[in-house]
Each structure stands twice: as C-alpha cells, then as structure tokens.
Design a protein around this ligand. Structure first.
Ligand SMILES: Cc1cc2nc3c(=O)[nH]c(=O)nc-3n(C[C@H](O)[C@H](O)[C@H](O)COP(=O)(O)OP(=O)(O)OC[C@H]3O[C@@H](n4cnc5c(N)ncnc54)[C@H](O)[C@@H]3O)c2cc1C
Length: 467
C-alpha cells in the first residue's frame, strides 16, 4: 500500500488504532476453521461513527477495498481480506447507547459482543433471544450482517426478525441514521433489510435498535433418545402441537456427536444410562409463572414414549442440569475439529423433509468415502442441519479434506432437489460465492448486482464476497 495513503487512513483513527505490525494484524487474517489465510497491510479500529465515515469516504475516493470485521467468528470466509484489503474492525464501537424497557428495545453499537447484550437485557429483566455457540466473541454488527440464526429461531426468528432500526455508513462515507425504534413503519422501502445479511458488501453497520422480550420465568429442558430422524420429526410435531409457542428449541444430535463431546469436552457426561442412535434436545419456556412446563414436558414425552417414538429421556431437574444438556449441543461443532478433518455444510430443507434428506445424504457420502463418519446435527425445528462429515478413523487429513468440493456438491444437489437452501444461516461469503449462479435465478442475480452497483459503485466494500 502506498505509504502516503496508509498515513492518511492512520490519521483518521490515530496511530494507536491503525495496526501495521504483522504480528498484530495476523489474528485478523485467519478464521476458526483454518480454511483461509488472508493478507492485509492495515487494520483500522475506528472509535466513532464519524471515523468510520471518514475511512469509507477516503476508501471510496482512492478505490481502496475494505473488509469489515466484527468478532471474526464467521464460517464462510466473508470477514477475511483475501486480497490485501484494509480490515475495518468494529470492535471499539462497543457502547450500549440506550435501553428502553418500556419499548422493549436496546440501541447498541456494532461492536458489542452478543454476550454483553444478553447481560444488559437481563439487567432490566428482559431477554434478547439470539443465541449462538460463538456468543462470547461474535458481535451484533456481525450477527446482523450474517443474519445469524442459532438455537432460538424456532420461537423468535433469526437476527433479521430481531432488529427494528439500523445506522449504516455507506460506501461513500454518508451516514444513514435509520435508528427507528418502531414496530410499525410502512413508509416506503424497508432499507434496513438490505443491510441485514449483506455480509458487509453494501454498507458498514455501526449501530442497531434491537428488540427485547419478556424474560422466561420457567423453562423445561429434556434430553430425549430416539431411534432415527423420522422419530425426531414425529416428536417435534407432537411437541409443537402440545406446547405451541412455548416450544422454544428443538435440536437433533447423533450418537457419534455425543461420543466426540464426551471424549474431548471435560466435565460432560451422558444424560442417559444407555447409548441410543439419535437424540433431541427439547426446550419449553414461558414468561408466565406457574406455567408448569415440567408437567407439559412430561405429558409430551409420555405420549411419545407410548407410541414408541421416544426410547428414553432425561428431564433437567435444575438449571445446572439444563445447562449441562445444552453444553453437549453447543460443543458439537468445536469437538469435530479434534477428530481430524471435518467437511461441513450448513443447509436447510422444509422441516418435513429433514429425515429423508439425512438418510440420502449419509448414504451418498458414505458411498463416496468408505468409513466416513457422518455427524449431522442442528436446528431440527427450523429444518436447518449442519450436515458435517468427520474423516474416517486413521485416514489422512489432507486427502480427506481434498474431498470438500465433491462432498458439499453432493449435499447441495440433494438439498436443491428438496427445495432447500445451501446456506441456512452462515451466509455465502467467499466460500459459496461460486455457487450463486447455480442457486439463484438470473433475475435475482441481476437485482442483487444492481443493488450492489447502486450502493457501492466502486466495489470497495468486501469485494469478492456474495455477488
Ligand atoms: C462455535 C461457533 C458457533 C457458531 N454458531 C452459529 C449458529 O448457531 N448460527 C449462526 O448463524 N452462526 C453461527 N456461527 C457463525 C458466526 O458466529 C456468525 O456468523 C456471527 O454472526 C458472525 O459474527 P462476527 O461478529 O464474528 O462477524 P465476522 O465473522 O467478523 O463477520 C461476518 C460477516 O459480517 C461482516 N461484518 C461484520 N461486522 C460488520 C459490520 N458492523 N457492518 C457490516 N458488515 C459487517 C463481515 O464483513 C463478514 O462478511 C458460529 C461460529 C462459531 C465459531
């Protein structure tokens, strides 16, 4: 990078926040799955919206490409500078600007870590439902930009459903203050929806008005053994019919995933006395005191036990036990790393098709790679499965990982056949951009490209991602 230009960028944030030391830049160039290693001459850490605006203005004038970065927990390589772009880290924009319990809203800056939002909501006796395995490090700006899903989508929707207003710095440095805290506002196009899920390609989100909810006062959590995914779907349908909106999570887990967790996550243990092929983690919750959710859960499980759907179940008798059940679920993706290579897909199909999709996907990939260990798990209630495959025991990691393309192609083809999505919650980013031509109609792609060209005519925002 031209030293004069670098100095102009550094002047905007001050030398202390313009990182040029390669050792300090290094963590911004890699991501959790170790699939991508980027390059960048400069990481900028602005401390105000005006500084973000000044950075983008200069970047636009000088056609300098910028990659916005939040907590760097994204799983599709979208936050990585693949071609020497400047990294714009939002970490210092971490103020909670206001909390309004009367309106059930909170105004937060982009760099606030999700866990901090949970704590701030709790402090006013409210609840922010977005919950991800990465919540200790991902930031709300990243959550919005990826339209993150997580374990509570079933009851509360994904991040798009949790936001009322945004503040965004546009590619040319203009600031759009759309921080409206309204549940009803039909005054033209809903611009905020353009930026949610745009993966930093249309603007830089600097703040958001997010929705708060009544805090659940009762929760019932059960760890349930079932024979197969068809049984899991039956249990889900039954639980939903009986509990309605009080069914707040329904996650499916395979036995092998539990074995990985028990092997690698200290302190975890099997909630049930015997091993079973599959499990469902069911959560009911309600803000109403005296809702008797344990009684409701027991009734659901008894019915399902009688018709043979449920093989065994443990109902958490304490908050700690419920957390222990959740810990098994939340460790599921982390422990796969410790079992060698893992090929991962994040897909969704209509809920009723999950069992058939799993059966056919496992069959297909097992035929391609004898001994492969399927570890599909995830948000059954949303039809969203993390369709992952661990390498055969003792296999060569590199050789296995070289199968990433053929394996994910096979899963993607299957998912498309079922009318599903090849990216349910992680986004397109860098990893899946080459698939856009196959999964989107020409008219959709044309619209996306014309929106991109309107908002970022010089293509400085996260180039090479999404479209
Ligand atoms: C253990 C683990 C579990 C996970 N579980 C889930 C899950 O259940 N559901 C799920 O959906 N995801 C999950 N993820 C993926 C990831 O945590 C989410 O995508 C998260 O929303 C990313 O937030 P981040 O702050 O880390 O963003 P980053 O990774 O830094 O960035 C992600 C994208 O957003 C853009 N971006 C970041 N901040 C801004 C901003 N302020 N303005 C504009 N663009 C911006 C980046 O350019 C990039 O395109 C998981 C990841 C891990 C490591």
């Amino acid at each position: 990078m031209d030293p004069d230009l670098l100095a102009r960028f550094a002047q905007i944030v001050g030398d202390a926040y313009a990182i040029i030391d390669p050792a300090e830049i290094a963590p911004h160039l890699i991501e959790r799955r170790d699939l991508y290693h980027g390059t960048s001459p400069l990481v900028l850490r602005p401390g105000s919206v005006d500084e973000v605006a000044a950075i983008l203005k200069l970047a636009n004038e000088t056609a300098t490409p910028i990659v916005p970065q939040g907590g760097n927990t994204g799983l599709v390589g979208a936050q990585i500078p693949h071609n020497g772009e400047v990294v714009l880290s939002l970490t210092r924009l971490n103020a909670i600007r206001s909390v309004d319990p009367d309106n059930d809203t909170m105004t937060v800056e982009a760099g606030v870590v999700l866990d901090e939002i949970h704590k701030a909501a709790d402090a006013v006796d409210r609840f922010f439902p977005l919950s991800l395995g990465s919540e200790g490090s991902c930031q709300i700006g990243g959550n919005l930009s990826t339209n993150a899903g997580g374990t509570a989508v079933l009851a509360y929707g994904n991040t798009r459903a949790l936001v009322l207003g945004l503040e965004v710095v546009l590619a040319d440095g203009r600031i759009w203050n759309g921080l409206r805290a309204l549940r009803k506002d039909n005054t033209g196009y809903d611009l905020k929806d353009l930026f949610v899920g745009a993966e930093g390609t249309l603007g830089v989100i600097t703040a958001a008005v997010i929705k708060l909810f009544p805090k659940p006062s009762e929760t019932a959590t059960a760890f349930v053994a079932i024979q197969d995914p068809a049984g899991a779907l039956k249990l889900f349908a039954h639980a939903r019919a009986k509990a309605g909106s009080q069914l707040t999570a329904c996650e499916i887990l395979p036995r092998i995933g539990l074995e990985f967790v028990f092997r690698h996550a200290p302190g975890t243990r099997d909630p049930l006395a015997e091993a079973y092929p599959w499990y469902v983690l069911v959560e009911l919750s309600s803000p109403l005191e005296g809702a008797d959710l344990d009684g409701l859960m027991q009734a659901i499980l008894e019915d399902a036990f009688e018709d043979g759907t449920v093989l065994d179940a443990a109902l958490a008798s304490s908050t700690q036990q419920a957390l222990d059940f959740w810990q098994i679920r939340l460790m599921m993706s982390e422990v796969q790393r410790l079992e060698g290579g893992s090929i991962k897909s994040d897909v969704s199909v209509p809920v009723g098709k999950v069992a058939e999709m799993l059966e056919r996907g496992i069959e297909t990939v097992s035929a391609m790679i004898p001994g492969v260990r399927p570890v599909p798990f995830g948000h059954l209630g949303d039809g969203n499965i993390h369709f992952n495959f661990s390498q055969p025991e003792g296999a060569d990691r590199e050789a296995f990982m070289a199968q990433w393309g053929p394996v994910t192609d096979a899963i993607d083809d299957l998912v498309m056949e079922f009318g599903g999505s090849i990216s349910a919650e992680h986004g397109i980013g860098f990893m899946k951009r080459h698939l856009m031509e196959h999964i989107k109609q020409p008219v959709e792609l044309e619209l996306m490209r014309s929106i991109k060209a309107t908002l970022d005519p010089k293509g400085i925002l996260n180039p090479g991602k999404v479209v």
